[in-house]
Design a binder for this molecule. Structure first.
Ligand code: NAD
Ligand code: TYD
Length: 353
């Protein structure tokens, strides 16, 4: 049995579905179901005895301890977080609560549980913390990519809260010996991504005939990784990563935002053509994000050389799959665009102009 937090979100649900569909064993999936959590992401697991869903808040330490005592996980995979930079700018409080306090509660519960294990069960236990490359800050155009030894320099409330959680995980290993692993990954994309993030937002706005809002000059660079490759990287770290270590996961796919949006338009022009003209005609430059990090890039040499992991998808194949998935799942899209989603869109884009 493994315990996954945040398994109804974008990456967590992809991870859980991959795990149970390949028969790797049972999963207890603990998620608060915030606006970003969606039971529909897990529809393929309905009726599967290897999937147990529990709605709970990771900040509730007693509940976390009780769940660990009941399900006796051999591994804990911690995905749960507030994850959107723009939301962290307009409302940082939930980021501090879930990402810092919540990780602390989960670590406390895990430490108590782990200390109660014996022999091989204690030796084999792992706590894997899923984090982001944003903790390393922003790169200049010619700077080397982020490695595991790059100093932390988070710039947004989101990345600062994730950095704090990474430090807590490190301290629980160093001080108490809790067998932890940390992964820092670059920007993900793929099925089930909530359409507040760049790629799904652009796909859906394009199909709706709405503006494609590019922040600032569109020259900010992100290093894109298909979500299935992130999940395979996490599985590999879980299987063979050295306890107490950090592994950066990235696909060596640096792209400027404007090029990402043009790629989406090109694929949509081919797969769902407009009546006339290209979707690129809908691109609009809007007011920039405050403190917008210019460039992220991951140096994945450690996970590649130590653990033999490489991504399966190129940007072109991963993008094509992603655009196709959003075209093929209109019901999921409709349900996700709830009142709460519309409120966010009005709040974030209403004043950008
Ligand atoms: P997401 O926002 O799609 O999902 C987060 C999930 O966590 C949701 O299901 C939500 O309901 C749940 N959650 C939030 N607060 C909770 C709480 N207090 N208790 C229990 N559950 C709670 O996020 P995502 O994009 O799937 O990211 C997952 C993890 O990966 C995060 O830790 C994020 O920092 C990290 N990460 C994401 C990316 C990316 O590009 N999306 C890249 C690198 C790292
Ligand atoms: P996002 O998906 O929010 O991820 P992150 O901020 O964690 O990297 O944004 C990716 C990039 O796209 C980032 O540079 C901000 C930019 N962006 C836009 O230009 N327009 C948008 O509407 C959004 C949501 C993001």
């Amino acid at each position: 049995m493994i315990l996954v937090t945040g398994g109804a979100g974008f990456i967590g649900s992809n991870f859980v579905l991959d795990w149970i569909s390949t028969g790797l064993g049972p999963v207890v999936n603990v998620d608060k179901l915030t606006y970003a959590g969606n039971r529909e992401n897990l529809a393929a697991a309905d009726g599967n005895p290897d999937h147990v869903f529990v709605q709970a808040d990771i900040c509730d330490q007693d509940r976390m301890s009780a769940l660990m005592a009941e399900y006796r996980p051999s591994r804990i995979l911690h995905f749960a977080a507030e994850s959107h930079v723009d939301r962290s700018i307009s409302g940082p409080g939930e980021f501090i609560r879930t990402n810092i306090d919540g990780t602390f509660s989960l670590l406390q519960a895990a430490l108590g549980y782990w200390r109660g294990l014996e022999g091989k069960a204690q030796d084999d236990f792992r706590f894997l913390h899923v984090s982001t490359d944003e903790v390393y800050g922003s790169l200049g155009p010619d700077d080397p990519a982020f490695s595991e030894t790059t100093p932390y320099a988070p710039n947004s409330p989101y990345s600062a809260s994730k950095a704090a959680s990474d430090h807590l995980v490190r301290a629980y290993h160093h001080t108490y010996g809790l067998p932890t692993l940390t992964t820092n990954c670059s920007n993900n994309y793929g099925p089930f991504q909530f359409p507040e993030k760049l790629i799904p937002l652009m796909i859906l706005n394009a199909l709706d005939g709405k503006a494609l809002p590019v922040y600032g000059d569109g020259q900010n660079v992100r290093d894109w990784l298909y979500v299935g490759d992130h999940c395979s990287g996490i599985r590999r770290v879980l299987e063979a990563g050295r306890v107490g270590e950090t592994y950066n996961i990235g696909g060596k796919n640096e792209l400027k935002n404007l090029d990402v949006v043009h790629t989406i338009c090109r694929l949509l022009d081919e797969m769902r053509p407009r009546a006339s003209g290209s979707y690129a005609g809908q691109i609009e430059f809007v007011r920039d994000r405050p403190g917008h990090d210019r460039r992220y890039a991951i140096d994945p040499r450690k996970i590649e050389s130590e653990l033999g992991w490489t991504p399966a998808e190129t940007f072109e194949t991963g993008f094509r799959k992603t655009v196709a998935w959003f075209l093929e799942n209109p019901a999921w899209v409709e349900h996700v665009r709830s009142g709460e989603y519309r409120k966010w869109i009005d709040h974030n884009y209403g004043s950008r102009g």
